[in-house]
Design a protein around this ligand. Structure first.
Ligand SMILES: *[C@@H]1O[C@H](CO)[C@@H](O)[C@H](O)[C@H]1NC(C)=O
Ligand SMILES: *[C@@H]1O[C@H](CO)[C@@H](O)[C@H](O)[C@H]1NC(C)=O
Ligand SMILES: *[C@@H]1O[C@H](CO)[C@@H](O)[C@H](O)[C@H]1NC(C)=O
Ligand SMILES: *[C@@H]1O[C@H](CO)[C@@H](O)[C@H](O)[C@H]1NC(C)=O
Ligand SMILES: *[C@@H]1O[C@H](CO)[C@@H](O)[C@H](O)[C@H]1NC(C)=O
Ligand SMILES: *[C@@H]1O[C@H](CO)[C@@H](O)[C@H](O)[C@H]1NC(C)=O
Ligand SMILES: *[C@@H]1O[C@H](CO)[C@@H](O)[C@H](O)[C@H]1NC(C)=O
Ligand SMILES: *[C@@H]1O[C@H](CO)[C@@H](O)[C@H](O)[C@H]1NC(C)=O
Length: 449
């Protein structure tokens, strides 16, 4: 096969893939195949009735394996079914009190028909706290730190008719912290059971309502935030991120502004939350580089580097997800924490990496002098049946940064093995195979569920 026929096959493949994906994926239905059960569950547990309402504990639990709720934290909103008011709240607060003038003789927390609740800071005084509260709205990813993946607050709801058992709130909304989450209706479920008397007695609340919120990056209307570049020990070629992965520098300066590398940030009125990225061909705030470093007899070594091209943002609690069949074997990661996630019938293993406390937990912004980055070496054991340097096998299939899919270099730009290695011809056919495989995978993503 000549180079040009290969090229045309590639572009045909790409077109077919795009058409199929566009036509078969009702975009918001595309869920994440690497975390099919991920969701944020909001639970209302009514544990006491009052003469005119109830007391409830509301818990927000993040079940996403590698998607956390970052600064400035979550906002939870809903619409009351009747004329409920919130008499008091512990462990969180309604951001608006609203018009409580009809309750002259009682202190009220919020009389808004559609309250929006925000979290309190960890240093909040004990009088305003509840159990498991006050994390400043941050929730860790489930696979990284389950003990910090949830938050609770307590509300006293009133102004209902006597003997009411409550009405489930309507139209739950979750900003975590931005848009992108869709919440199911709040429905009755089995009452939450907990243990008492050292685990010997089971107690249950009177009534439990639940809603699950799921994320869609299409709804979040996000441009990609990261891209993947590749290099190898056997070729001087560096495969850079696809051009315009996250935006084009020529395009009208709508949202993203970019500044030249090393440009002194004199005008540092960067207090705004706007991303200010370094001008690159990819224009991504984050670049992940996969360098195939060594090929030993029984092991192979990769250097994984995450670089922050955003001058205006530090990423604390960052995480990187890598899908690669090589992680089915034992591996050692030197400078990041890591775990291999259970996969759900997709074959390739998925490894999750995150920073080590007090060392590289925060991916700092670049400045005039230093590029902000975190890096580690990873040594993987070889499965001699599947390991190969050809056909792009040694490159990752997919990479996510903080749960957002990164733009990958395309297979036709992968670093090539030197010509003298045998049978390039089969390599080309394999390479077409890889393309078809990737197309197939994308489709599976859409069809599942
Ligand atoms: C939410 O996530 C939990 C934990 O993975 C799972 O048990 C539950 O079924 C999920 N809920 C929905 C509606 O998917
Ligand atoms: C803390 O509680 C007191 C009294 O209960 C209340 O006046 C105050 O507004 C609360 N502060 C916050 C931050 O919720
Ligand atoms: C509330 O329930 C109690 C006990 O069932 C009953 O005696 C009382 O009349 C009820 N009150 C109203 C307003 O329905
Ligand atoms: C809930 O949302 C639906 C759809 O957006 C809307 O039609 C309905 O009026 C809302 N209900 C309330 C009580 O806000
Ligand atoms: C990032 O963190 C560093 C060190 O803590 C700090 O000097 C810098 O101002 C932070 N940058 C931003 C954009 O917050
Ligand atoms: C992986 O490593 C652990 C300890 O280093 C060892 O006990 C285990 O047998 C290894 N597994 C494989 C499949 O090599
Ligand atoms: C990360 O690893 C370090 C030691 O390598 C460990 O002490 C720490 O608890 C880990 N952090 C998390 C969040 O698992
Ligand atoms: C490899 O092949 C390319 C084109 O097929 C050729 O230009 C190049 O000189 C070859 N390199 C070697 C080392 O043979």
């Amino acid at each position: 096969m000549t180079r040009s026929t290969k090229r045309s096959w590639v572009s045909l493949g790409r077109t077919v893939m795009l058409i199929l994906v566009a036509s078969m994926c009702n975009l918001s239905d595309c869920y994440d195949p690497l975390d099919p059960h991920g969701n944020i569950t909001v639970t209302f547990d009514i544990y006491q009735y009052t003469p005119d309402g109830y007391m409830a504990r509301v818990t927000i639990q993040n079940y996403y394996q590698y998607r956390h709720v970052d600064k400035p934290g979550w906002n939870l909103g809903w619409t009351w079914s009747k004329n409920e008011v919130i008499w008091s709240m512990f462990g969180a607060f309604a951001i608006k009190q609203g018009d409580c003038s009809s309750f002259k003789f009682r202190t009220t927390h919020s009389c808004i028909k559609d309250p929006v609740i925000a979290d309190l800071m960890p240093e909040t005084s004990p009088v305003n706290r509840s159990e498991d509260c006050c994390h400043g709205g941050l929730l860790s990813a489930w696979a990284i730190n389950p003990s910090k993946s949830f938050s609770s607050f307590e509300i006293m709801v009133g102004n209902l008719e006597a003997n009411s058992t409550g009405y489930a709130p309507l139209n739950l909304t979750l900003l975590a912290p931005g848009p992108g989450y869709t919440c199911s209706p709040v429905l009755d479920t089995d009452p939450t059971v907990s243990l008492d008397i050292g685990g010997r007695r089971q107690v249950q609340v009177y009534r439990t309502w639940k809603s699950t919120c799921t994320y869609s990056s299409f709804l979040a209307n996000k441009t990609p935030v990261c891209c993947v570049s590749l290099s190898t020990f056997y070729s001087p070629t560096i495969t850079s991120c696809p051009k315009c992965s996250c935006g084009c520098r020529e395009a009208d300066k709508s949202e993203v502004s970019c500044i030249r590398e090393g440009y002194p940030l004199l005008n540092r009125d960067l207090v705004s939350n706007h991303d200010i990225v370094e001008c690159t061909d990819h224009m991504c705030p984050i670049r992940v580089h996969w360098h195939l470093k060594n090929n030993y007899m029984e092991y192979w070594r990769v250097k994984l580097t995450v670089s922050n091209y955003n001058y205006n943002r530090n990423y604390s609690d960052w995480n990187i997800l890598v899908q690669h069949p090589g992680f089915s074997q034992n591996s050692t990661t030197y400078s990041f924490n890591s775990t291999v996630l259970p996969t759900v019938g997709l074959g390739d293993e998925v490894a999750l990496f995150w920073g080590i406390e007090y060392y590289n937990k925060e991916l700092l912004n670049s400045d005039e002098d230093v590029m902000g980055s975190v890096t580690t070496d990873i040594i993987l054991k070889k499965d001699l049946d599947s390991f190969t340097l050809s056909n792009g096998w040694a490159f990752p299939r997919r990479i996510y940064f903080n749960g957002e899919n990164c733009e990958m270099a395309l297979p036709d730009t992968f670093p090539m093995l030197p010509n003298d290695s045998s049978s390039l011809k089969t390599a080309h056919y394999h390479f077409l195979g890889l393309l078809i495989y990737l197309t197939f995978k994308t489709l599976v993503t859409c069809f599942h569920e």
